[in-house]
Design a protein around this ligand. Structure first.
Ligand SMILES: NC(=O)c1ccc[n+]([C@@H]2O[C@H](COP(=O)([O-])OP(=O)(O)OC[C@H]3O[C@@H](n4cnc5c(N)ncnc54)[C@H](O)[C@@H]3O)[C@@H](O)[C@H]2O)c1
Ligand SMILES: Nc1nc(=O)c(N)c(NC[C@H](O)[C@H](O)[C@H](O)COP(=O)(O)O)[nH]1
Length: 247
């Protein structure tokens, strides 16, 4: 399925929030982005793929993907949404460029190896040369290894079971040459990162005109979080907020 043309005013609006090039102080540039309802839910319920945003802001997502080396989601999102994580946006006057070249490298945080590449939308796109193959983050040597998948073993904190974001990003930079990562969810990943201004460089939130109700999956950080460098764009049914987490 193709995407709507990008609304032209989104280009100057997003420009200050795109990854720094070249990277600043050797730090991998991280963009945290997601779509939420008016009541701060990102899906109708656990594991339910839910359309929140208008097609014009979906095009923005693909434009953002074009500007990042990699795109990361948690295993919950990979399992619930079966996302393609490729890039369908092409620069104007460039009919030649292929989705494969423009697409970021998918990264799946799948410490328990619950997700399979084979049979996924990502796999079909990779086979059609319209998307890249994933890097799967595991915490110990993988119990099964799939063809075309790269496994990155990152030790985890024994109490939380989580890998350390700084270390993970450093390894992605050192071992895969990744300088920028767009993080698209889901709830668990977003919650962690909303309180990490040292990791997240830019925050881009789409707010759709819908309430998803009490059984929806919400995102709300453990502590209050202040934002800086705030800007808003208003589309047909959505608004987009770009900001930075205050440190
Ligand atoms: N509206 C949106 O923009 C949007 C975006 C993405 C997902 N979603 C929705 O979010 C829901 C999924 O969210 P979720 O919270 O269940 O799952 P998630 O995608 O946040 O994945 C959580 C899993 O990722 C792994 N993980 C997370 N942080 C880790 C860390 N630091 N170290 C190691 N492993 C880590 C763990 O295995 C954890 O169980 C789905 O309903 C999906 O539709 C919505
Ligand atoms: N921008 C946006 N609007 C939404 O309404 C929504 N539900 C998501 N959700 C993000 C989530 O990660 C999705 O799974 C991927 O956006 C799907 O990605 P593909 O199009 O398959 O590549 N993102």
């Amino acid at each position: 399925m193709s995407i709507l043309p990008l609304r032209t005013e989104l280009i100057p609006f997003l420009n200050p929030y795109l990854p720094a090039s070249p990277v600043k102080n050797g730090k991998v540039s991280v963009t945290l982005t997601y779509a939420q309802s008016i009541d701060a839910k990102i899906s109708k319920g656990p594991g339910i793929r839910t359309a929140i945003s208008h097609a014009e802001t979906k095009s923005m997502t693909h434009y953002l993907r074009y500007h990042h080396d990699a795109i990361l989601v948690g295993s919950g999102t990979a399992l619930a949404d079966d996302p393609g994580l490729n890039c369908k946006w092409v620069p104007a006057n460039n009919n030649y460029t292929k989705s494969f070249d423009n697409s970021p490298r998918p990264i799946i945080l799948d410490t328990k190896q619950k997700w399979s590449f084979k049979g996924s939308k990502m796999y079909d796109l990779f086979m059609a040369k319209e998307g890249k193959s994933p890097i799967v983050i595991v915490t110990k040597a993988p119990t099964k290894e799939e063809e075309y998948v790269s496994y990155l073993v990152c030790p985890s904190d024994p109490t939380t079971g989580y890998v350390d974001w700084k270390e993970l990003l450093q390894r992605l930079n050192n071992e895969y040459g990744i300088n920028s990562v767009m993080i698209e969810g889901g709830a668990n990943v977003i919650q962690q990162l909303l309180t990490k201004p040292d990791i997240v460089d830019n925050l881009i939130v789409t707010i759709g005109s819908i309430y998803l109700g009490k059984s929806g999956v919400g995102v709300s950080p453990d502590n209050s979080v202040e934002l800086t460098d705030i800007d808003w764009w208003k589309g047909t049914t959505d608004t987009i907020m770009c900001a930075r987490l205050s440190s």
